[in-house]
Design a protein. Structure first.
Length: 281
């Protein structure tokens, strides 16, 4: 039931459309890959699944096979009619719209949802972060993103690719790379591998003693000059008090941001507030 390589090419030819580079479109053209994604997502009959960037419906059809209730979002006005035709015999809700701007509470309601998506490389990180920040009804994500992006999302402290995004995700969720997808299964072929990342929202944030805005301001400042020791990297935020705040937080002032986990950043934010510093709220 899912699309083959030839079927994708035929759909594009029949409707005289081409993948949009501006929208970061790379269509999965391999039945085994989309079924693997659906399997790794762990969805089945009765589950509510949100797919963003549904494109020509390759992954949509694999999700339908699981028995899940699928809502598919697509931005490209030229692809939406094709998508509606592809899923016309199935109970799939198709929404034309920009996932960065949709009214998610109105779209999803209060039920629990799983996001399963092949995300365009150019919006993957901001979209995942926005959904974690603002859409609590999405409790689990299985996203396919550029390999480097996916590995950064799940990177542990001390890793060369560990950064602000890694810490922010760890604040709200757990993240794990659960598979790698080669360029050969896409039309057109991207230049790099893709990663399948499973993100599971925590029932409570990893840090609760400070607001996420206050915490993130410390994280972003710490990584803005990641080669600097923290006492210097945090100076733009804390001025001459940066070293003492770090000591109060039981963090080595000579450490670098890439060595700290989210709990350590939480202690820094709490120590700063305790000594009268105003952080974002």
């Amino acid at each position: 039931m899912t699309h083959s390589f030839a079927a994708i090419q035929q759909l594009l030819a029949d409707h005289d459309v081409s993948p949009s580079r501006a929208l970061g479109q790379n269509f999965v053209a391999d039945a085994n890959t989309v079924r693997r994604i659906a399997r790794l997502a762990g969805v089945g009959p009765g589950d509510r699944v949100l797919e963003i960037g549904a494109g020509l419906g390759s992954l949509t059809l694999a999700l339908v096979e699981t028995g899940a209730n699928v809502t598919a979002v697509e931005l490209d006005k030229y692809l939406v009619p094709i998508l509606r035709t592809v899923v016309g015999d199935h109970d799939v809700r198709v929404i034309e719209g920009d996932a960065m701007k949709l009214d998610w509470p109105a779209t999803l309601g209060e039920a629990s949802w799983t996001l399963v998506a092949n995300l365009p490389y150019n919006v993957a990180t901001p979209l995942v972060m926005d959904l974690l920040d603002d859409v609590a009804s999405i409790t689990t994500m299985l996203v396919m993103v550029q390999r480097e992006v996916g590995e950064r999302m799940a990177a542990p402290p001390g890793s060369k690719i560990y950064g602000a995004v890694s810490v922010k995700i760890a604040y709200a969720a757990t993240a794990e790379v659960v598979g790698i997808v080669p360029p050969t299964v896409f039309i057109p072929k991207p230049r790099v591998d893709s990663a399948l990342v499973r993100i599971v929202r925590r029932t409570t944030p990893r840090v609760e003693e400070v607001s996420s805005a206050a915490l993130f301001s410390v994280i972003e400042t710490g990584f803005a000059q990641r080669r600097k020791m923290l006492r210097g990297a945090l100076r733009p935020l804390f001025g001459d008090a940066s070293e003492q705040i770090l000591l109060d937080a039981e963090v080595d002032p000579t450490a670098r941001a890439e060595t700290l986990d989210v709990l350590a950043f939480g202690r820094i934010a709490a120590a700063a507030i305790a000594c009268g510093r105003t952080l974002a709220s």
